[in-house]
Design a protein. Structure first.
Lengths: 664, 220
């Protein structure tokens, strides 16, 4: 614990050092090297505490009668590992990527405090330190989002991010305040010891609002697709891979640890939001051609998958089915780990493409697999993992989620009876769309022929970035091959939170995993990997053995490529058109118009498509409109006389006293 | 605690409320400042009586501060300002004395209604002091709201601060350092306000706040 707090202090000091030495040539190396070392320490501390008894510590800061309390239990330890992995990866990547930064003085001072905030949120053990750390995390990341503030789009992203971050802070403040009760028991230990709050449902909704707007639950996801492209790539990776997971942590901490047993309907709400988030996130992602924006929407989808797991765990727990809850929560936490790994990897890849070509728009890329083969390989691994292809890790967690859905479709409450199978269908749809989305993302960016000179002249990125990407890819593969290790590591956590755990996996023959019992279902990533490797090798050998080496002459018109120009290739737009036609016309009111040139004009006909964002139109635009109206009306208040202001104070005071008098 | 000492304590606090009422209907500034001086004098007596009752010698110092600063020094300085500004003969239009007094009574009733039930566990002197102190605060605010002249608003503010002092003295055990710092901050506020009054006068030839409002082009 002491080590961890020293880590946090060192990160804050590193931020100050970053501010002092930002313009110095070795400033980047010092800050990111230091962050890397400290993240490794934090991750190792988490790893050591995964199975250990909870450890607490108190600092004489914060509220005077509580102090700043910290605690590492199994849940905190697991998320510390996630923060350590994601933060360490981002720091390693930034050792190379950060050298291209044009304004290091706007990035270096805030990156280590952001990491410190992430660590502090996870280990905080009273409401005050928790909210303080939460706001530190929000503010530091906001500063990183608006690092390139000369672009108007970036400042808009920063504003919207700040608004939603404030909303989440406010909701969590209210939730924790209600949990603390009128006696003001702000220490988490006191909240745990207190009887379940009568306002449990309200607290849960507030926690959902607070954690959901940080994690990116639809309809509170609006900041992700704006902020992720605006931030530097290693920061996007950290925000998307780690910060949204810390928000999930906040939800789990409040709902599963502090709040006591949930009502069954709360499971329905979380399941519904999770399902809608998963499908809508992926549909949005399919409509994007900005690489980082696409990844941001894919984060929304993955958060949906995680929340489906959490909703299932809540539903099972409400029905006293602890083993099922353990399976669902394990699936959700496994996906947390997986998403942190492959989403960091993919953002690193997007950053590598950005630094090599200066482009984020997939329509201007193409053919990069020849110029950046190692990056392409790493990104391909990440795409396969996020598209849930075995033997990689994404498949395992989504498969476990499906197992949890199929486990008990016969719960007594009608809402769950309807919602759980619906979520199964939505999850299947989201998984299929995700596969399409990442085929498109990888294919348009890395395959085919370059569409612009920038893509044609790209070169491989530096070795730090490559090391970070390949390291993440290796971890994806390992987590996919040996999922039993992860599941067994999570077992003490399940035992502590739910009082049940999944069956022990490591003693099983052939390193299989079984969610419930061997007779029902099992999965063996190792076996599938061996099979895929063997089949691929055999196919290659067979082709080399039996293929003809004779020179053949083929017609010039072949396979739809009569024209050698890259314009004739599939574009990101055309690839997504079928899906846009099927889903987009309803969800996004997608509209395509063919603009024919006027007679006599030799210019080409053009196709123009238009999309509306339904959630922006239905939720954000009206709210913004009302606030503007209200501000206009209240503007009068800026120009009153001193006596009237005094009068307002007076009337407010008397009104409050009257309420107090009548209340008694 | 004997019946007599309780009665004296209550009487002093009640006198303070009475002095607050007197401030509400003073239309001439020198008279208002005299009442302010009286107000602070009663406060000093009330605090000294508390010091006697609680056997708390540091409260005597508080009482002395109240007597010296609030009863003598500040009113005298304000009087000088009024004379130098040449408004000591003027009559301030106070809107509806009768209505203001009625409102003041309602406020005192409200203060007692709010405070007495919530302090049932405190000892009787503290209860009365806190309830009456809230009345004094509300009356001070009321006189600030009904006045138009900047000097009389300052007087209202100072009487409000006296109410807070009364509550603190009754609550047993306000640290001396808090009292000193409050006295000091009031002094600073007073200096700042004094400087401002002269600046306003230089600019507009009056300290009637209506002139400021007109200058800003707003509805009065």
């Amino acid at each position: 614990m002491t080590l961890l707090l020293l880590c946090v202090a060192a990160l804050l000091a590193l931020g100050a050092a970053g501010a002092a030495r930002a313009r110095h040539p070795d400033g980047t190396a010092v800050v990111y090297g230091g962050s890397l070392a400290l993240c490794i320490i934090a991750g190792l501390v988490g790893l050591l505490h995964l199975g250990a008894a909870p450890q607490t510590g108190v600092l004489p800061l914060g509220l005077p009668w509580i102090g700043a309390r910290f605690r590492i239990d199994a849940l905190a330890a697991f998320f510390l590992v996630v923060v350590g992995l994601g933060g360490g990866g981002a720091s390693l990547y930034a050792l190379g990527y950060g050298r291209h930064e044009t304004v290091p003085e706007r990035v270096l001072p805030f990156f280590p405090p952001f990491l410190a905030g992430l660590i502090l949120v996870v280990i905080a053990d009273d409401a005050f330190s928790f909210l303080f750390a939460w706001e530190l995390m929000s503010l530091a990341s906001w500063a990183l989002v608006v690092a390139h503030h000369h672009d108007a789009e970036n400042t808009r992203a920063g504003t919207i991010y700040l608004l939603l971050a404030s909303l989440s802070g406010l909701a969590l403040l209210l939730a924790l305040g209600m949990l603390a009760g009128p006696a003001g028991n702000f220490a988490f230990a006191a909240i745990r010891a207190a009887p379940p709050s009568p306002l449990g449902g309200l607290v849960l909704m507030l926690a959902l609002l607070g954690a959901g707007s940080k994690a990116g639950l639809v309809p509170l996801h609006a900041w992700l697709p704006l902020a992720h492209p605006a931030a530097p790539s290693h920061v996007s990776a950290l925000m998307s891979g780690v910060m949204t997971k810390v928000a999930v942590y906040a939800f789990i901490r409040i709902v599963f640890d502090l709040l006591g047993p949930p009502a069954w309907w709360s499971g329905v709400v979380v399941l519904a939001l999770g399902g809608v988030t998963a499908v809508l996130g992926m549909l949005y992602a399919l409509m994007q051609h900005d690489l980082k924006r696409l990844l941001a929407y894919s984060t929304v989808e993955n958060i949906g998958i995680i929340f489906i797991g959490l909703g299932l765990a809540m539903a099972f727990r409400a029905n006293g089915f602890a083993a099922g809850a353990a399976l669902a929560l394990t699936a959700a936490l496994f996906h947390v780990l997986n998403h942190a790994l492959f989403k960091s990897l993919l953002f690193f890849g997007a950053g590598a493409v950005l630094s090599a070509t200066g482009e984020r728009d997939t329509e201007h890329l193409g053919g990069l697999i020849h110029r950046m083969p190692r990056t392409a390989f790493a990104v391909l691994t990440g795409c396969a993992a996020i598209a849930a292809l075995p033997p990689l890790n994404g498949f395992v967690s989504e498969w476990l989620t499906f197992q949890a859905i199929l486990l008990r479709p016969d719960l007594p409450q009608w809402g769950l009876k309807v919602m759980i199978p619906t979520d199964g269908a939505l999850l299947a749809l989201a998984a299929a769309l995700a596969a399409a989305c990442f085929v498109r993302a990888f294919g348009i960016t890395f395959l085919g022929r370059p569409r612009t000179a920038a893509a044609a002249l790209a070169g491989e990125v530096d070795r730090f970035s490559l090391a970070a990407m390949l390291g993440m890819g290796l971890l994806c593969l390992l987590a996919g091959l040996f999922p039993g290790v992860v599941i067994d590591t999570l077992a003490p956590l399940m035992q502590a939170l739910l009082g049940a755990r999944m069956p022990a996996q490591l003693g099983l023959p052939w390193l299989s995993i079984i969610p419930v019992e061997a007779a029902r279902s099992s999965y063996n990533g190792w076996l599938i990997f061996v099979f895929i490797a063997a089949a691929t090798t055999l196919t290659i050998l067979a082709i080399h053995r039996f293929a003809s080496r004779a020179v053949r002459r083929a017609p010039a018109w072949d396979c739809g490529f009569p024209d050698p120009r890259p314009v004739t290739q599939y574009t990101a737009e055309s690839f997504a058109q079928p899906i846009r036609r099927v889903f987009g016309s309803v969800v996004f009111r997608a509209h395509e118009v063919v603009l024919m040139p006027p007679p006599g004009d030799t210019g080409p006909a053009r196709i123009r498509r238009s999309l509306r964002d339904p959630i922006w139109d239905a939720l954000y635009a009206p709210v913004g409109h009302w606030i503007t109206r209200a501000a206009d009306v209240m503007n009068v208040l800026q120009f009153l006389t001193i006596r009237r202001y005094l009068g307002f104070v007076f009337i407010a005071l008397v009104a409050l006293l009257l309420v107090l008098a009548l209340w008694q | 605690m004997g019946g007599l000492s309780l009665d004296v304590a209550n009487m002093l606090a009640g006198l303070l409320v009475l002095a607050s009422f007197m401030m509400l209907y003073q239309v001439r500034l020198p008279a208002l400042l005299n009442v302010l001086s009286l107000h602070a004098f009663i406060l000093a007596l009330a605090i000294a009586w508390q010091a006697h009752l609680q056997h708390a010698p540091e409260l005597y110092i508080t009482a002395l501060i109240a007597l010296g600063f609030k009863s003598v020094l500040i009113p005298a300085a304000l009087r000088r300002i009024v004379v130098r500004l040449g408004i000591h003969r003027g009559i301030e239009t106070v809107t509806g004395v009768g209505l203001t007094m009625l409102a003041g009574m309602a406020l005192v009733a409200l203060a007692l209604e709010v405070m007495l039930p919530v302090t049932t566990r405190a000892d009787p002197v503290t209860r009365e002091y806190i309830a009456l102190a809230l009345s004094v605060v509300l009356l001070g605010l009321l006189s600030m709201v009904t006045r138009r002249n900047a000097v009389s608003q300052v007087a209202g503010f100072l009487s409000l601060e006296n109410g807070i002092d009364l509550a603190a003295a009754g609550a047993q055990g306000m640290p001396l350092v808090v009292e000193i710092s409050i006295a000091f901050s009031v002094l600073i506020a007073f200096l700042v306000i004094g400087v401002f009054l002269f600046r306003i006068r230089e600019r507009f030839d009056t300290v009637d706040l209506q002139a400021l409002d007109q200058f800003r082009g707003e509805r009065a």
